[in-house]
Design a protein around this ligand. Structure first.
Ligand code: PRP
Length: 212
């Protein structure tokens, strides 16, 4: 039987997804990446360990049948995939943040806001809807540095525990939306579902329906 290929982000979401697969009865034992190997296989599954932002690409191009990606990544990339299940993990909020003293400017009908972010599309859409002009500076990480070093007054980023903002003297100024991790499915894999894909999706759905 053909194995199901699953693209998973390295790190916390990897472990949490494996736990869901275990609880749903798709795996018999825990899978823990021990070495720097990027493909881990068992009898039924082939797990690809990829960067969170690359998960939709592997699924859209059919390299992986399934993948796990946060709303932040999915909204930014709008990949052409099926998005059938909210896994209820990877909770975070997409927010506008800055130094506490920047709040006033933000709420006093500014003409132009300068914003650093890893999420240019989400940022552009959010402010377009508000009718506020923005200058977006795209960064690839450690976005919290931008207000400290005065690259921009504001950032748009995800906040999970709030620790990074706090330790860098920043506060949430506006909420854009919450984000959780979704199971995404390659369109062709979904259409031509093998018995294994069908039963796996069913088991995950059943488990998630009872675990809420
Ligand atoms: C993310 C995000 C924040 C941080 C939020 O960064 O961009 O910096 O996590 O988490 P917290 O609210 O729990 O502190 P990530 O760890 O992915 O690193 P990066 O800045 O290099 O992208």
């Amino acid at each position: 039987m053909k194995k199901i290929t699953v693209a998973l982000p390295k790190g916390r979401l990897f472990d949490q997804t494996i736990d869901i697969f275990l609880s749903a009865g798709l795996l018999k034992e825990k899978i823990t990446p021990k070495s720097r190997k990027l493909i881990i296989e068992n009898e039924n599954f082939r797990f690809l360990l990829v960067r969170a932002k690359d998960v939709p690409t592997y699924v859209e191009y059919g390299i992986a049948d399934l993948g796990v990606a946060g709303d932040d990544v999915l909204l930014e990339q709008s990949p052409d995939v099926y998005k059938p299940l909210d896994l209820g993990i990877g909770y975070c909020n997409i927010v506008v943040a800055g130094k506490p003293e920047a709040k006033e400017k933000y709420f006093s009908n500014p003409s132009l806001l300068r914003i650093s972010t890893k999420y240019p599309k989400i940022t552009e859409e959010f402010f377009k809807e508000k009718g506020i002009k923005v200058q977006i500076i795209e960064l690839y990480g450690s976005v919290e540095l931008a207000p400290i070093l005065e690259l921009s007054e504001f950032i748009v980023d995800i906040v999970e525990t709030g620790k990074t903002l706090k330790e860098n003297g920043l506060v949430v100024i506006d909420n854009i939306r919450p984000s959780t991790a979704k199971l995404i499915v390659n369109r062709i894999s979904y259409k031509t579902r093998t018995d294994l894909i069908k039963s796996s999706l069913q088991k995950l759905e059943n488990y998630l329906a009872t675990s809420v």
